[in-house]
Design a protein around this ligand. Structure first.
Ligand code: GLC
Length: 752
């Protein structure tokens, strides 16, 4: 799908004329109001506040009627959207409609696998199709804009938001970012049944020191330009209409007030002409950072840096913009530039012509069964088969008489959906237990035992303020008896399927961890069940790599199912019984233990590389599973790697081709991955860098020849000495294989 020349349509003369007409008639307070986005929580009433949020009752409605709330978030009920929209369209002086945004990260009502799972599919089409469903449901209820995709590169799994992104690699991250933008937004802003895509959090948020969410980030220029910025650039090139700024200081300067980042890079270098929004309260937070002296200073410096819209819970900093303009702290021109971008996107979306949403249509869209099928296929294609000793998988339904399904996560609808979901339908949610029971019917007896109680966070999750998010802590749960009951079920079954991992509140925002161990007594359950001698299939429900050292040696089959979403259990049954073959690949390096973190595949060659795997004296320095790892039910060999040329100019192109053969007796999916290594040049470059991938479905005994283009886009890198992107005249090694450990067996040279 080609993105149109003007994906955001912000150069339309009719739109420009209408903007000027509105702008000239606005007061300073109304201009500041257009730049203010309020949370509108649907929470039980506190004494005068909304739930336990510091927002006064009626504060938002009053602002809407004054024309001083340009945008809202967290409204997902179409009737409520219409009620609030009417307050500003019919109640305010200029009747400018509000823009409704929300976190539709991996689905609204139909929940897709979490984003890290979608990335693990290495399948842009699946990702695009899934986010198009999410967009259709969001737009139907009156949401115009999603705060997604989250494109932060994450290389420290202690950081809980790794679950929201596409992992450690800029090439994979860029492909996933673009696919999500296409899915959300279509080929241009304002496409029916689509929403504005808002990549976040600009920029570098995933590099928080210690993996501690919100903590500061220090990145070198070459890390920024080669690793953390590329997915944002890919999202913008795909037409994203919005960018959200990050909470934290980047190299000492808070991202939300960082003029270099928001204007110099984003607008001047990249030509981004969409609109910017801060993260929640991040403008007020400029005072907390010790960057701004007070809220007026914060408002002035954010607006001057190029931040258009302030996301606020209450008492917005941008309410101080009139004072800032009058004092000369920020120019009216800077403020008007922000207001123009907000008015333009509202006009482009057609909100002035059609500000309300059809509530009957919303119900029809949300009930569309086709959405569940898309979610099921996405869950099938996201799963990563980490181990399959003795090809225990797929299970043979004909031979199965009894299956023990164990672990509390196996029967938890809420956890099957994962984090960042609010408007889901648990009645439609299929757990692993339900999926296996539906699939096996009366063919085999499927018995369940939790084995252990749900584990709890030491410090509660901030998302527990939303109903249904607290982890159940069953009254009278007899730990030892329950463990024994689970063991007995395993002992008397043909196979034991354990679902182990983290509970949904243990991953995502404000969910950093100092450990990667399985929480609670889950490992004890795994040991005890394994000791029965019954074959064990371990299903991992997670959003970050977990410490699976024991399992990787002792459990024959390990399938990472992530948080697989509304149809997760059905997809898992499809995979376990061989109706479909797993084909996902890891989007991050899977460390053995937290002590190895950060661990990436694209490190450079340092001193004594022959000891690369022995840097620690107490543990191997290699990963448990490498980046790009994933098995299928076929077995694949790679042969005949050829390059179309042995030398190429630095702006030239060549083609790499290879044959992939499925030597197994079952069809399967494989992701052929192209890696390069630059031998020498103006900087020491990584031992491998992913520069191409293709997901293939290959029948048993069949072969496919695939080709990859290599050119300046794949070879250039930002060089700290040149302070620009360069392509060296050098020699490159090339390899194509099934993960990042591929041997690099071909070479070519670039000439000066
Ligand atoms: C949160 C998150 C951001 C989200 C926003 C609105 O704090 O950092 O990703 O989009 O607030 O919910």
């Amino acid at each position: 799908m080609t993105v149109t020349q003007n994906p955001r349509g912000l150069d339309d003369p009719a739109i420009r004329a209408r903007v000027e007409e509105l702008l000239v008639d606005m007061t300073l307070a109304e201009k500041a109001g257009q730049l203010t986005q309020y949370f509108k929580f649907n929470l039980p009433e506190g004494e005068g506040t909304v739930g336990d949020m510091p927002q006064k009752r009626g504060e938002v409605e009053d602002a809407l009627e004054r024309g001083e709330a340009g945008s809202l978030l967290f409204v997902t009920d179409p009737a409520e959207t219409n009620r609030l929209q009417r307050l500003t369209v019919e109640g305010s002086r200029q009747g400018i409609p509000a823009l409704f945004g929300f976190d539709v990260i991996h689905g609204l009502r139909t929940i897709l696998p979490v984003p890290i799972a979608l990335a693990a599919s290495w399948d842009p089409e699946t990702i695009e199709r899934g986010q198009a469903v999410a967009a259709r449901e969001a737009r139907a209820v009156g949401i115009h804009w999603t705060f997604a995709p989250m494109v932060d590169i994450a290389r420290d799994p202690r950081w809980g938001r790794i679950v929201e992104g596409a992992g450690e690699d800029p090439y994979l991250g860029s492909a996933v970012a673009a696919a999500q933008v296409r899915g959300f937004q279509g080929d241009q802003l304002g496409t029916p049944e689509r929403v504005v895509a808002g990549p976040k959090h600009f920029a570098g948020y995933g590099a928080a020191i210690g993996g501690r969410d919100y903590d500061e980030v220090d990145l070198s220029d070459q890390q920024l330009w080669n690793i953390y910025l590329p997915p944002f650039k890919a999202a913008i090139d795909a037409g994203a209409g919005n960018i959200m700024t990050a909470y934290m200081p980047l190299n000492g300067v808070p991202a939300t007030g960082n003029r270099w980042l928001l204007t110099e890079v984003l607008r001047n270098q990249w030509g981004f002409n969409g609109f910017l929004v801060s993260d929640a309260n991040a403008v007020r937070n400029l005072v907390t950072h010790g960057f701004a002296s007070d809220l007026t200073d914060a408002a002035a410096r954010a607006a001057d840096a190029g931040l258009d819209l302030e996301m606020a819970i209450s008492d917005p900093a941008y309410a101080h913009l009139p004072e800032a303009v009058e004092s000369g702290a920020v120019s009216i021109e800077a403020v008007d530039a922000c207001v123009r971008r907000i008015l333009e996107v509202k006009l482009r979306l057609g909100l002035f012509d059609d500000p309300y949403v059809d509530e009957d249509h919303a119900r029809t869209v949300l009930a569309d069964p086709a959405h569940r099928q898309v979610a099921r296929e996405a869950a099938q294609r996201s799963a990563v088969l980490l181990r399959n000793e003795g090809t225990l998988l797929p299970l043979n339904a004909e031979q199965l008489r009894s299956v023990a399904v164990l672990g509390p996560l196996a029967d938890s609808k809420r956890d099957t959906l994962g984090p960042w979901v609010f408007d889901y339908n648990l009645d439609e949610t299929v757990t692993v237990l339900a999926g296996l029971r539906d699939r096996l019917g009366d063919q085999a007896e499927v018995r369940y035992a939790p084995g252990v109680r749900p584990a709890q966070r030491t410090f509660p999750s901030m998302f527990e303020m939303f109903p249904g998010n607290a982890n159940p802590d069953p009254e009278g749960f007899d730990d030892d008896a329950e463990l024994q009951r689970a063991v007995e079920l395993a002992r008397t079954s043909d196979v034991a399927v354990l679902v182990l991992g983290e509970w949904h509140g243990m991953i995502g925002e404000a969910a950093s961890r100092s450990s990667l161990e399985l929480p609670g007594r889950q490992l004890e359950l795994l040991h005890a069940v394994s000791a029965t001698g019954t074959p064990v299939v371990l299903l991992v429900m997670n959003g970050r790599p977990l410490d699976l050292r024991w399992a990787a040696k002792n459990v024959p089959a390990i399938l990472d199912i992530w948080y697989p979403g509304t149809q997760g259990g059905a997809a898992v049954a499809d995979l376990l019984l061989g109706d479909v073959a797993p084909g996902g690949k890891l989007p991050f390096t899977w460390p053995r233990t937290v002590g190895q973190v950060p661990m990436i595949y694209s490190h450079t060659t340092s001193f004594e590389p022959q000891n690369q795997g022995k840097r620690y004296w107490d543990e191997e320095s290699t990963p448990l599973f490498p980046f790009g790892h994933g098995l299928s039910y076929g077995t694949f060999t790679y042969s005949d790697l050829t390059l179309s040329r042995e030398t190429v100019s630095r702006d030239g192109h060549l083609t790499a081709s290879i044959t992939v053969t499925n030597t197994g007796d079952r069809a399967g999916d494989e992701v052929a991955q192209l890696y390069i290594h630059q031998r020498h040049g103006a900087a020491a470059r990584p031992v491998r860098e992913l520069k191409g991938f293709q997901r293939l479905h290959i029948g048993a005994g069949e072969a496919r020849t695939v080709q990859f283009e290599i050119g300046p886009d794949e070879l250039r890198y930002w060089n700290a000495a040149a302070r620009d992107f360069i392509v060296d005249a050098t020699t490159f090694d090339v390899g194509i294989g099934s993960d990042s450990t591929v041997q690099l067996t071909a070479t070519f040279a670039t000439t000066a």
